[in-house]
Design a protein around this ligand. Structure first.
Ligand code: NAP
Ligand code: HSE
Length: 435
């Protein structure tokens, strides 16, 4: 399969832009194997080329001249990751008219200027994509416009701003509003001016975009009344907790008898509702419709790499995989060695039925220790003529767990072969304000 070089331009090289360059650089082989294209950033528009960057760009790609990006005939696709509505809208219009595909992470641009931008893209025969503008890493736009096209969605409910969700959950854990906001800014979740995060305008723009796609009707920012979290105090959060509720900034878009209601505001969410469990800078979108009943997509809603992953995904969609055999030709497959069966690490639960005699518990514990397996929790239940030990271990290789179980089964005090099950305890991901 012959590889095709694709020159990429960036408008902006900040939190998201530098992460896009890093992802394209570090994953160039993976992208090439999957698509047959090698993507390389050749120009990036910034205000100050001398500033320190999260990922230092190669050579002299940073420029203060928009024209250098627009007029470079080699650039086929541009990622708009600079934010703001002006001069951004003018730049994007010029790029589209110049025949370049554009992918954008800018929800305000899409929510306020979609109709003229799409018209320009259409006339020029190029694509404008915007997955990263809503819920960063969650591919909700793709799901709505491709997977659920015949699902007749009638309600969209979501936590669509990472910064405010981070602030609310940090405040639940004792932080002050000001400290939590400062931390969200430091971690790169907040907009450069966080006013739109905390006053709800960011979430309102995202709900306008989601509603437009879900209901196939143009919804713009002025159609969405919004309220943020600036009036929420710790006392509200405590009272909510006492009543089994959680305060969350909720966006809703509902179709009622053919009429549309889209809004954003703080709501009290029942602790058992899936949206109450969304913590830190994570987002979630519940899609309800005929046929699908309900689908919830959850994932990182802010952050440089998280957002950049959606920008890159849009670029891959734009350059296309037709003719390069995505998942159909041999070059896209990697040869991976198989992990030996006993090497996978997991916490585990064990049930061990034993004689109820002095020293038995110690022997079971010694056997686990000899295999370097650490006990996290232990309960003993009495039987009429013995005892059952319920043991939960910390993470250990399954091979060691199996050896320990075989040795415990062979002890004369063991009544039957112990049973064991893996335990799923943490989310397996860190960061974005939760473990
Ligand atoms: P950022 O860190 O402030 O980066 C903005 C970049 O654009 C900077 O490189 C800046 O140049 C450049 N820029 C801004 N205005 C410019 C102008 N008028 N002319 C030339 N260059 C200009 O912002 P970000 O967090 O990466 O966000 C970028 C976009 O992604 C925004 O639309 C935001 O809403 C969206 N987004 C962000 C996140 C997130 O978690 N951060 C998530 C989803 C979507 P200098 O570096 O020289 O200042
Ligand atoms: N500032 C936004 C947020 C970034 O916190 O959700 C993602 O659009």
């Amino acid at each position: 399969m012959a590889s095709v070089d694709v020159s990429v331009g960036l408008l902006g090289y900040g939190t998201v832009g530098s992460a896009v360059d890093r992802l394209l650089t570090e994953n160039a082989d993976d992208i090439e194997r999957a698509t047959g294209h090698r993507l390389r950033v050749v120009k990036a528009l910034v205000r100050d080329p001398l500033k320190d960057r999260g990922f230092q760009p190669d050579g002299e790609i940073l420029t203060r001249s928009f024209e250098e990006v627009r007029d470079d005939p080699d650039i086929a696709v541009v990622a708009e990751v600079m934010g703001g509505v002006q001069p951004t809208a003018d730049y994007v219009l010029e790029l589209l008219r110049a025949g370049k595909h554009v992918v954008s992470a800018n929800k305000q641009l899409v929510a306020q200027r979609a109709s003229d931008l799409f018209a320009a893209a259409s006339s020029a025969g190029v694509q404008l994509r915007f997955e990263a503008s809503v819920c960063a890493a969650i591919p909700v736009i793709k799901v709505l416009r491709e997977s659920l096209v015949v699902s007749n969605v009638h309600r969209v409910l979501g936590i669509v701003n990472g910064t405010t969700n981070y602030i609310l959950t940090e405040m639940e854990n004792g932080s002050s509003y000001a400290d939590a906001l400062a931390e969200a800014q430091r971690l790169g979740y907040a907009e450069s001016d966080p006013t739109e995060d905390v006053d709800g305008a960011d979430a309102a723009a995202k709900m306008a975009i989601l509603a437009s796609i879900a209901f196939g009707s143009r919804v713009t920012l002025p159609d969405v009344p919004f309220e943020g979290i600036t009036e929420i105090e710790t006392s509200h959060l405590r009272a909510a907790q006492e009543m089994g509720l959680a305060v969350r900034l909720i966006g809703s878009a509902t179709l009622v008898d053919g009429a549309l209601d889209v809004r954003v505001g703080p709501s009290l969410v029942d602790r058992h509702h899936p949206l109450a469990a969304i913590e830190g800078a994570f987002n979630a979108v519940m899609l309800q419709g005929d046929g699908i009943r309900e689908i919830t997509l959850e994932g990182p809603g802010a952050g440089g790499s998280e957002t950049a992953s959606s920008v890159v995904a849009d670029m891959v969609s734009v350059i296309g995989t037709t003719g390069t055999g995505f998942l159909q030709n041999d070059p896209c497959w990697r040869r991976l060695r198989r992990l030996p069966r006993g090497e996978l690490r997991t916490p585990a639960y064990m049930r061990v039925e034993v004689d109820d005699r002095a020293g038995v518990l110690a022997r079971v514990a010694e056997c686990l220790a000899a295999h370097e397996i650490s006990v996290a929790r232990l309960i003993q239940h009495q039987l009429p003529d013995g005892a059952v030990l319920h043991v939960v271990t910390h993470e250990a290789p399954t091979g060691k767990l199996e050896s320990a179980i075989a040795e415990i089964a062979a002890m004369e005090e063991a009544r039957a072969t112990p049973s064991a099950l893996p335990v799923i305890s943490d989310r397996g991901v860190a960061g974005l304000g939760r473990s």
